[in-house]
Design a protein around this ligand. Structure first.
Ligand SMILES: *Cc1c(COP(=O)(O)O)cnc(C)c1O
Length: 426
């Protein structure tokens, strides 16, 4: 069989199983095309995408503006490395720092790299600015976090599968309960060497856990009091997903959702990835003001691909789409509609306990144990009915469609979801 022949779904699955490492357990669907809120499998069946590549494709599949910018730049200059300047990086850094309201940006490629970068910046700041003695810095993180897959990041994960047999682990992290201000206060007061507190504004992979209304602003205030950097991992929540440009925008009252003004909770270090490229290309970034970012000096950190001209052009286009197409506003409105429609269903449901989320980052909790396969089976049935979603745990299903969805499309999706859930009632 020539590899270039058009494959059936089963052939494509068999190839991955035989020749690829088994580090994922995908839903049995093989996609070959995407446009906006839709994807198609190799047999031509059309689906609503309710995962959006873990919120990377907020701007919709193959967004023409983003693809256009990418193709154009790819035909002009793709990579110089940072050994030389390129004419796109500075333009992108100016655009993105003004867009998010920070002095400086450090470009990386994947979310995990950006998290690693933020941790390194935080530690260096602790030694050079805060005056912690070398190798003593501690960074507070939350239980059930998800920040990526590198050796350091899994060192402070408490997912046994992500950790087991990958030790020895990186030192210097204190784990506290999420959404628990007393735990944070206690950790800050009992450790004089705390450099930073890294947190997801909503815990996505853990199952879309939305913290209490004032959690982030009070956590930030506690950090300020103790001269500790507040590090927001907005790789999944950022770029309009939760109905605001950033989830840390908190109660910011500006009408312009492109909120580079004075948000309630302004992180000291902001980590972005995923939708920073609209899913077209791996682009991530760390943003901070000069007093923090200036600890980074030539040679102290880098990446061959970080800040390449294609990434820069793609990220500018991706952020322009978010602003011009008012995706934060759309995510906000559709999110309210989605949860209210789901709540109508849940009122008479035995199989679904609740829906939670913000904007278009939502999850339903299935009335079954974490170890059950019910959520998986529901996702397989949803697939049959033309909608793709994935469990985050045995009993939690995340619903996160592209933010370019219309109200009519969302209502059609609610139909598909409730019809499918009904098959599981009884
Ligand atoms: C996806 C994710 C990451 C890791 O991003 P990768 O690009 O997969 O390395 C980090 N933090 C959060 C909150 C994420 O959702």
């Amino acid at each position: 069989m020539a590899v270039l022949e058009k494959l059936t779904s089963q052939q494509a699955i068999d190839l991955e199983n035989k020749y690829g490492a088994h580090n994922y357990h995908p839903l049995p669907v093989v996609l070959s095309k995407g446009e906006g809120v839709y994807v198609w499998d190799v047999e031509g069946k059309k689906y609503y995408d309710f995962l959006s590549a873990y919120s990377a494709v907020n701007q919709g599949h193959c967004n023409p503006k983003i693809v256009g910018a990418m193709v154009n730049q790819a035909q002009t200059l793709t990579l110089t490395s940072r050994a030389f300047y390129n004419d796109k990086l500075g333009e992108y850094e100016k655009f993105a720092t003004e867009y998010f309201g920070f002095d400086k940006l450090l470009p990386m490629n994947t979310g995990a790299e950006a998290v690693e970068t933020a941790l390194k910046v935080c530690r260096k700041w602790a030694y050079e600015k805060k005056g912690i003695s070398e190798n003593d810095a501690q960074i507070i993180v939350c239980e059930n976090n998800f920040h990526g897959r590198t050796t350091t990041i899994i060192s402070f994960s408490n997912d046994p599968v992500a950790r087991k047999n990958f030790g020895p682990y990186t030192q210097g992290f204190i784990k506290i309960e999420y959404d628990n201000l007393e735990a944070l206060q206690h950790a800050l007061e009992n450790n004089k060497n705390v450099a930073g507190f890294m947190v997801e504004p909503i815990q996505g992979e853990a199952g879309v856990y939305v913290p209490s209304e004032d959690y982030l602003s009070k956590a930030k205030a506690l950090c300020e009091k103790h001269n500790v950097l507040f590090i927001a991992d907005e790789v999944q929540t950022g770029i309009a997903r939760t109905g605001r440009l950033l989830a840390t925008c908190g109660n910011c009252s500006c009408t312009d959702k492109n909120c580079s003004g004075t948000p309630d909770v302004k992180p000291d270090i902001l980590i972005l990835g995923k939708a920073l490229s609209g899913g077209a290309y791996p682009v991530s970034a760390v943003l901070a003001n000069d007093d923090i970012m200036n600890v980074i000096t030539p040679g102290s950190h880098g990446s061959t691909f970080g800040g390449n001209p294609v990434a820069a052009a793609v990220a500018i286009a991706a952020l322009e789409v978010v602003r011009d197409e008012k995706l934060a506003e759309n995510a906000y409105e559709l999110g309210e509609l989605f949860r209210s429609e789901m709540n109508k269903y849940i009122a008479n449901s035995k199989i679904v306990n609740l829906v939670r989320g913000k904007g278009l980052l939502n999850a339903i909790v299935i009335n079954d144990s974490e170890e059950s396969e019910t959520a998986w089976n529901i996702c397989v049935a949803l697939k049959e009915n033309g909608l793709l979603a994935k469990p985050t745990h045995g009993n939690i299903i995340r619903f996160a469609p592209p933010l370019v969805m219309t109200k009519e499309q969302l209502m059609e999706c609610v139909e598909i979801i409730t019809k499918t859930l009904k098959e599981f009632e009884k």
